[in-house]
Design a protein around this ligand. Structure first.
Ligand code: GUN
Length: 297
């Protein structure tokens, strides 16, 4: 039987474990605070930001939100960032991507205080991660590691093929899985749009991580017998549902399930883990800034 890896359950356990750390911080007068910044009105981004705020309420993190008009000058966004950097009640914040085309996201990230960069996107934090001294692991890659651990999938010595080389998922995940660590020690192949003979590289992998951003790009014929499949994709495709769309992953679930030994569903796989690891990073940020030791899951 193929195991369906339940991201909601694993994320729920992590949230429960974080609650103790949050109360320790609150008792020390330092309740963690997370802010989300949204420039523009992209509907998917609005949904993500709302979910992140709801997550905070559930675990006792103070949540704050800043809306920036989609047509505003980048300076308006930079001013909002400066205020968050200076606000002691905000231990971490994220600027939801994508930002409008007239804003350079790399410049946005450079302005975020690296100690409050709970996305782990700032060049200082990227450098630390690559050097094996991560301060904040980016939320989705960290969530993938936690899911593999919860599903008893050892990465040590495993051949892992990652499809997608984004700064948010593919590149940091490749670096994390390469680290000399219990949740690393893998042999990692990173595939992308110019990769030749992709199917051979996925079919020979023990673990396939699909993070290409293309709906149902990986099908069962590209998955080896008994491989583990982690689907990072969240794609809205038109459908005759109430909302007019449905969510599908980067993996064709039904065919991949036939050959895989374990697979994450969409929704309910990696998505809830990304959100849980944002809470984790916020708690870690508060602990570092307030110099209050806490135990993290
Ligand atoms: N957009 C899609 N994923 C992410 C993420 O992990 N962080 C931010 N800030 N924006 C995103």
């Amino acid at each position: 039987m193929t195991e369906i890896i339940d991201g909601n359950a694993v994320a729920g356990d992590i949230r429960d474990e974080l609650t103790d750390a949050i109360e320790t911080l609150a008792d020390a007068g330092a309740r963690p605070g997370l802010a989300t910044v949204l420039m523009g009105d992209d509907p998917a981004s609005q949904t993500y930001v709302n979910m992140k705020q709801r997550d905070c309420e559930e675990v006792g993190i103070e949540s704050h939100h800043v809306d920036v008009d989609g047509d505003a000058d980048p300076e308006v966004l930079y001013d909002a960032i400066e205020e968050l950097n200076d606000d002691p009640a905000i231990h971490g914040y994220i600027v939801q991507a994508p930002v409008p085309d007239h804003v350079d996201y790399r410049e946005v990230i450079r302005r975020v205080d690296p100690l409050k960069d709970v996305d782990g996107f700032h060049p200082e934090n990227v450098g630390r991660l690559v050097a094996g001294e991560a301060r904040f692991r980016p939320c989705t890659p960290h969530g993938v590691q936690k899911l593999l651990e919860a599903a008893d999938v050892a990465t040590e010595g495993a051949d892992v093929t990652i499809v997608g080389r984004s700064n948010i998922v593919g590149k940091p995940l490749a670096n994390l899985l390469l680290q000399k660590a219990d949740d690393g020690n893998a042999t990692v192949t990173v595939c992308h749009s110019r990769t030749e003979d992709l199917a051979t590289k996925t079919r020979t992998a023990d673990v396939v991580v699909a993070a290409a951003g293309v709906p149902e790009f990986i099908d069962g014929s590209m998955i080896g017998e008994d491989a583990v499949v982690i689907d990072v994709g969240v794609n809205r495709v038109d459908a005759e549902t109430e909302k007019g769309y449905e969510l599908v992953g980067d993996v064709e679930f039904e065919s991949a399930k036939e050959t895989a030994s374990a697979i994450t569903p969409v929704p309910g796989g990696v998505g809830p883990m990304t959100r849980a690891m944002l809470l984790y990073n916020t708690v870690k940020a508060a602990s570092l800034q307030e110099d209050v030791a806490v135990e993290l899951p």
